[in-house]
Design a protein around this ligand. Structure first.
Ligand SMILES: Cc1cc2nc3c(=O)[nH]c(=O)nc-3n(C[C@H](O)[C@H](O)[C@H](O)COP(=O)(O)O)c2cc1C
Length: 177
């Protein structure tokens, strides 16, 4: 993995997050970590100086085991894996809970531990994010009741985590650079 500048990335969030999915991972080898598949997220800029802070948003429902880790840790990662090779593994990590099994080992992925964060050897893009803002999705915020009812029949609203992208790693053959 090579560290690169976030402004050099070729990234289409609508496709690369929603269609190809990502892994949201928090924790490390010392305190334990967990990961889950996510297909909802945003990338862009807000706050900061000189054109805004490069940021990524992910959304995590309260019942996810990953939630305890992302709530506990100042950092988390968003990992993008080549889907043509790892779709099955991503589906596995999005349908099993780390509460019940060592799902990373069972999916055959290899964690790499940084200073307070974890990513995967199989990723071709890793965004290390520093938590800046966290807020629950509120029912009162919905202008469109159809989206509210379709997305939250159980009213189990996601929390939104907005993080500053503090490091970016790409693999040698990454399509993102
Ligand atoms: C394609 C896909 C996308 C998903 N997107 C999200 C998401 O954006 N937010 C979320 O909270 N859960 C999402 N999930 C569900 C979690 O990945 C799933 O519940 C997972 O088993 C949670 O694992 P954990 O309990 O170990 O955290 C998605 C699952 C799949 C398969």
């Amino acid at each position: 993995m090579e560290e690169v500048n976030v402004y050099d990335l070729k990234f289409n969030p609508m496709h690369d997050i929603a269609k190809d999915w990502m892994l949201v991972t928090a924790g490390d080898d010392k305190n334990g970590f967990n990961t889950m598949t996510a297909s909802w997220g945003h990338m862009g800029s807000i706050w900061g100086h000189g054109g805004g802070m490069p940021t990524a948003i992910c959304y995590v429902r309260p019942q996810r085991y990953t939630r305890q880790f992302i709530d506990r840790e100042p950092l988390y990662t968003l990992c993008f894996l080549p889907v043509e090779k790892y779709r099955k593994e991503l589906a596995y990590l999005g349908s099993r809970s780390g509460r019940d099994e060592d799902k990373v080992a069972n999916a055959g992925l290899h964690p790499v531990f940084g200073d307070g964060y974890t990513y995967f050897e199989e990723a071709n893009l890793v965004l290390v994010c520093r938590k800046v803002y966290q807020t629950p999705i509120l029912e009162s915020g919905f202008v469109d009741q159809k989206t509210l009812n379709e997305s939250y029949p159980e009213r189990d609203f996601h929390d939104m985590y907005l993080g500053e992208i503090v490091k970016v790693f790409v693999s040698e053959d990454s399509k993102f650079i």
